[in-house]
Design a protein around this ligand. Structure first.
Ligand code: PLP
Length: 225
């Protein structure tokens, strides 16, 4: 309890400082507590300390934890296989990891069957790392252009994972690039698109990400240790 509480105090302070630096307030930033490595006791503790948003990178884990804490907001942040689409639609407030067109089509189809909106972010592989999922930055325009064909899928922003680097400062250009991408398209009127979220920054670099415009940060180890 003590640890999470202390960690959270530090994280909130850093979020506030970074938000102010970029002309915003702490309340403009959504902290998603990434609970993928911890059990329900820890999740429960974080919840009691006022955390509303939790992130998981596996569907089964998310569903299990959500069942025990249904009033929290659950984010899917990991790679999503098409055969899991039927399980996840309707169970998550936001899917951060829409990384390919085929998955968009499957999510949309499922949304139609269930009669509910499917809110997603486009995962962008800014650094072009071969081992990472995501659309190339050059592909984003085409995805947004084509989003009008969806019935239930809604694109609410962009997500990226910066390469793991020795120094958080080294990730800054990646965050800058995603921010630029958002601003490039934000005034266009694409249907089914409202680019309001930038999900970027993890334990080691969330302050830099916020300085560059992130309004969702995904923090795991800095909170749960
Ligand atoms: C695990 C994970 C995080 C959190 O990573 P930490 O370094 O523990 O903060 C954030 N985003 C994604 C997509 C992850 O898989």
């Amino acid at each position: 309890m003590q640890n999470i509480e202390q960690n959270l105090l530090i994280i909130r302070k850093k979020i506030e400082r970074a938000a102010l630096k970029s002309g915003r307030q702490a309340s403009d930033i959504i902290l998603v507590a990434v609970s993928k490595t911890v059990d329900m006791t820890m999740v429960q503790q974080a919840r009691e300390l006022g955390i509303d948003h939790f992130g998981e990178n596996r569907v089964s884990e998310l569903l299990g934890k959500r069942e025990m804490l249904p009033d929290a907001k659950w984010h899917m942040i990991g790679r999503l296989q098409t055969n899991k689409v039927k399980d996840i639609v309707g169970q998550t407030c936001l899917i951060h990891s829409l990384d390919r067109w085929k998955l968009a089509e499957e999510l949309d189809k499922r949304g139609e069957i269930e009669g509910i909106e499917v809110p997603v972010l486009l995962q962008v592989n800014i650094a072009g790392e071969v081992q990472k999922a995501g659309f190339a930055a050059e592909d984003i325009k085409q995805v947004l252009d084509s989003a009008g064909q969806f019935k239930k899928l809604k694109i609410y922003g962009l997500m990226t994972m910066a390469p793991l680097l020795a120094d958080a400062e080294e990730a800054r250009p990646v965050f800058k690039e995603l921010s630029k991408l958002k601003h490039r398209f934000i005034d266009n009127r694409y249907s089914n698109v409202e680019l309001k979220y930038l999900s970027m920054g993890m334990s080691q670099d969330y302050e830099v990400a916020i300085e560059e415009g992130a309004n969702i940060v995904r923090v795991g180890s800095a909170l749960f240790h």
